[in-house]
Design a protein around this ligand. Structure first.
Ligand code: TYM
Length: 331
């Protein structure tokens, strides 16, 4: 008799706000692709999260399409995984409302990302910005995900998701799987090329990040300009945040650990490390950029991917939502 063992479920999402960076890739997308082999994976483009910062509608549309194309180009395989647009499955917004009512204001106002973003967008501190982690909890909990592959910057949101899940389970009887983060050991926090004490972010100056769709010339130029130090030694150590960041990136696009990469470059100059890194990035990103361009030309195919994803995701999401509604006492 054939036995089928159910694979553990994985959920993650990425916002379609601006150009995705190698930080997104190393911290999250690379694991998304890898995890498809062993897990039942569900991935979303989090367009509802993107509007917590004011978006130009035409740009949001273009960025959402581009993110879909890019995820396929990075290796998300729709034969293996569910890939969909968050706003296409209404259950996300509805569960977020229900979970809002068991989440405390104090918990939300303590979130580092809320504090940072409120600082950055002082004229638009909207309720969505505060509520953002509850929508994220809804995303994850709807799919009963066991693992959530993300970068380190999302660990506080994940902790809150776990608290919300446990609180609901205690109040209404076990309903949600309590998820765990899946954060890479090195590369969970890729740093800015211009200020290696700050996270690499797509909302920074373009020289501070490598975009996944940057041209080869841009990649080479930005790596050459990356801030290092004056120690003149290549070591993987906290004293050398710039060099360590370059080693992290180098290792993430190869097979070695950052420590092994440091050993390879022992006694060599910073220029040599930068040249080797730029070469490795060009080699890795060129095929992704080319495939992304091809997918973007085929809008009908992207629409079909989104439609299929929406159907498959809805089946799971609405089942969970029905359970939650029933348990909370809705007729
Ligand atoms: P977002 O769109 O900002 O980033 C997508 C993923 O990339 C990771 N990341 C990084 N990892 C390492 N170094 C960096 N410099 C770096 N910058 C970004 C992020 O940790 C993330 O994993 N709230 C999420 C999107 C989201 C989500 C979810 C994630 C919405 N719903 C449910 C998981 C589960 C976000 O804004 O990611």
């Amino acid at each position: 008799m054939e036995t089928t063992t159910k694979k553990p479920r994985v959920f993650s999402a990425v916002q379609p706000s601006g150009m995705p960076t190698i930080g997104n890739y190393i911290g999250a997308l690379k694991n998304w692709v890898k995890m498809q082999e062993q897990f039942e994976c569900i991935y979303a483009v989090a367009d509802l999260h993107a509007i917590t910062v004011r978006q130009e509608p035409a740009k949001l549309r273009a960025n959402s399409m581009q993110m879909m194309a890019l995820l396929l180009a990075c290796g998300i395989d729709t034969e293996k995984s569910i890939l969909f647009m968050q706003s296409h499955v209404g259950a996300h917004s509805e569960l977020a409302w229900l979970l809002n009512c068991i989440t405390y204001l104090g918990e939300l106002s303590r979130m580092t990302q809320f504090k940072d973003k409120s600082q950055k967008h002082q004229t638009n501190i909207n309720a969505g910005l505060l509520d953002y982690p509850v929508l994220m909890a809804a995303d994850i909990l709807l799919y009963q995900a066991e693992f959530v592959p993300v970068g380190k910057d999302q660990s506080q949101h994940l902790e809150l998701t776990r608290n919300i899940a446990e609180r609901f389970n205690n109040a209404y009887s076990p309903t949600f799987v309590v998820p765990e983060g899946y954060i890479p050991e090195s590369g969970g926090r890729v740093m800015s090329l211009q200020d290696p004490t700050k996270k690499m972010s797509k909302s920074d100056d373009a020289n501070a990040y490598i975009g996944l769709l940057d041209s080869n010339d841009e990649i080479v130029r930005k790596i050459k300009r990356a801030v290092t130090d004056s120690l003149g030694e290549i070591r993987y150590s906290e004293e050398q945040p710039g060099i360590s960041n370059l080693l992290d990136i180098y290792a993430a696009f190869g097979d070695e650990t950052p420590q092994e990469a440091a050993a390879q470059f022992e006694g060599k100059g910073y220029g040599e490390l930068k040249n080797a890194l730029a070469e490795r990035l060009v080699e890795s990103l060129t095929p992704i950029r080319e495939r992304c361009g091809q997918y973007l030309k085929d809008k009908a195919y992207l629409q079909e991917v989104m439609k299929n994803g929406e159907e498959a995701a809805s089946k799971i999401a609405y089942r969970t939502l029905a359970k939650v509604r029933r348990k909370m006492g809705f007729i």
